[in-house]
Write a protein that binds this ligand. Structure first.
Ligand SMILES: Cc1cc2nc3c(=O)[nH]c(=O)nc-3n(C[C@H](O)[C@H](O)[C@H](O)COP(=O)(O)OP(=O)(O)OC[C@H]3O[C@@H](n4cnc5c(N)ncnc54)[C@H](O)[C@@H]3O)c2cc1C
Length: 472
């Protein structure tokens, strides 16, 4: 590949930014694209409204770090295109973009996919009620708009982000009625098998201890090995029912409690945003230790398709530090593949990154093992519980499809319209996967993933009308 050919990076989160800055360092031209109006992805926070006001210690810190990345990008020759959604990929090597209601088709012989992850949710009675949202959505309202999305919160689910966001809500003055963690106190013992991985992450451990202290100081009740079982209310959330459970998600009825709340934030970890990679034809792989499906890649972050690279959460769930290291590695690999740097420089520069990535993956393996909910979480589902909220498909309809012989996500899509709505299956694929596995013993590899289709994200019809004639 010619050294001066432009690299198109999709996703300006920690991974995409690190890749762009690395490419800039070696003089490889790059375009960095993101659908958001700001750089930083899900990690470096952006204050859209009242930018001068504090959102609490942690969000302020993340925002400051994001500003430092922005300054570095502004000083670099990288072309940054924000508010620009990649909604399609067409042979050979053309990306369809939309910005300001205008479609553009971009020649992209070399693409780095750093599209991140979305939060994993669970289906339970009442999960589609107004007032129930993902923890990340609540965090976004707080960091971007500077307001809390409710008055009295319950946070339920699993994983470090749940704890982080509970702390951020408390720091912003919110009333947190409870944190309901579906992982038990014995989980760290299971994690001890990964003791070395934990020891290598002092910053993350310190952070975890700080969150627990802050929540204790604020008097927030913390329930271990509990789960949300129902969200109740007429047209809006009023009550959250929680209960203790065992490892197989059998509810202990005597522990049921009803908590008053107007906002329930759920978060059950992450799932990689693989759609663009799938559309282009890059192979996926499945591993629970990577958080489920991710884009397969070699040890230089090359995807299976020539000219395609990946970095960050889309290459396996592992957090911001790992995302940055994989982004920098992908940038170096591209420079090396183009002959811009020698093998000697490549090996020297990638050695410390590979060490960071090894440690980061070991830590992520532990987190994914301890915190990714098992398929038995689908025990929360009742016959009338909606599994695909865009198309309002209840579990009983899925049961009918299965009794007619359907066992794959794409089969369910054809039979029930699951995954055909606004989110294109991003939300319901995990819910359906757990349901099929728990209720019918269908392994995730057999259930598969929803096929990716254009448009990957909603595109206004008026914008489609602007496609140049020679491209239609
Ligand atoms: C809602 C949410 C909140 C989070 N908050 C935190 C937090 O507070 N602390 C923490 O440690 N971790 C947080 N995380 C975890 C976070 O994913 C990682 O820590 C880190 O941001 C991963 O970096 P990344 O570059 O891989 O992906 P991201 O940071 O997710 O960046 C991916 C970028 O790709 C863009 N993108 C995706 N698809 C397209 C497309 N088709 N066209 C154009 N652009 C596209 C997205 O807009 C996004 O900016 C959060 C994750 C989510 C989903």
């Amino acid at each position: 590949m010619a050294p001066n050919q432009v690299v198109t990076i999709v996703g300006a989160g920690p991974a995409g930014i690190a890749a762009a800055l690395t490419l800039a360092e070696y003089g490889v031209p790059a375009i960095l694209i993101d659908e958001a109006e700001h750089i930083g992805g899900q990690y470096y926070k952006h204050f859209g409204v009242a930018p001068g006001s504090s959102r609490g210690r942690e969000l302020d810190q993340l925002r400051q770090q994001g500003r430092e990345r922005l300054t570095a990008l502004e000083r670099s020759p990288v072309e940054v295109r924000l508010g620009t959604t990649v909604w399609g990929f067409f042979e050979p090597n053309r990306l369809a973009l939309v910005a300001d209601d205008q479609v553009e088709v971009l020649e992209a012989p070399s693409v780095l996919i750093a599209t991140g992850a979305i939060e994993r949710v669970a289906a339970f009675p009442g999960w589609t009620l107004p007032g129930v949202m993902t923890a990340g959505a609540a965090q976004r309202v707080l960091s971007h708009d500077g307001v809390l999305p409710g008055r009295r919160f319950v946070l339920a689910g699993t994983g470090p982000l749940l704890l982080a966001i509970a702390t951020q809500i408390v720091e912003a003055g919110g009333d947190v009625a409870a944190v309901v963690d579906c992982v038990g106190l014995t989980a760290p013992v299971r994690g001890l098998r990964h003791a070395q991985a934990v020891v290598g992450q002092p910053r993350r451990l310190r952070q975890w201890a700080e969150y627990r202290r802050a929540l204790r100081r604020a008097g927030v009740p913390y329930f271990h090995d509990y789960t949300v079982v129902e969200a109740r209310g007429e047209g809006e959330l009023r009550e959250v029912v929680i209960a203790g459970k065992d490892a197989e998600w059998n509810i202990r009825p005597e522990t049921r409690q009803v908590l008053e709340a107007d906002t329930l934030c759920v978060h059950f970890g992450f799932t990689a945003s693989t759609e663009l990679a799938q559309l282009a034809g890059c192979a996926l792989a499945f591993a629970r230790e990577r958080g489920g499906w991710y884009v397969a890649h070699d040890d230089g972050m090359r995807a299976s398709l020539p000219g395609f690279y990946v970095a960050g959460q889309v290459s396996g769930i592992g957090g911001a530090d790992l995302a940055e290291a994989t982004g920098a590695l992908a940038g170096l690999t591209i420079a090396y593949d183009r002959g811009v740097i020698s093998a000697e420089v490549y090996h020297r520069e990638t050695r410390p990154l590979r060490r960071t990535i090894r440690q980061g993956r070991a830590f992520a393996r532990m987190l994914n093992e301890v915190y990714t909910p098992p398929a038995a979480i689908a025990r929360l589902v009742e016959p009338t519980t909606v599994l695909c909220r865009c198309e309002e498909v209840a579990s009983s309809q899925v049961d009918q499809a299965v009794s007619a012989g359907v066992t794959t996500l794409n089969g369910l899509k054809r039979r029930t319209r699951c995954g055909m709505g606004f989110c294109q299956g991003r939300v319901c694929s995990q819910v359906l996967g757990s349901y099929l596995e728990h209720r019918y013993g269908v392994a995730p590899e057999e259930a598969g993933v929803f096929n990716a289709r254009v448009p990957l994200k909603p595109v206004p019809l008026g914008a489609l009308a602007t496609i140049p004639d020679d491209e239609t």
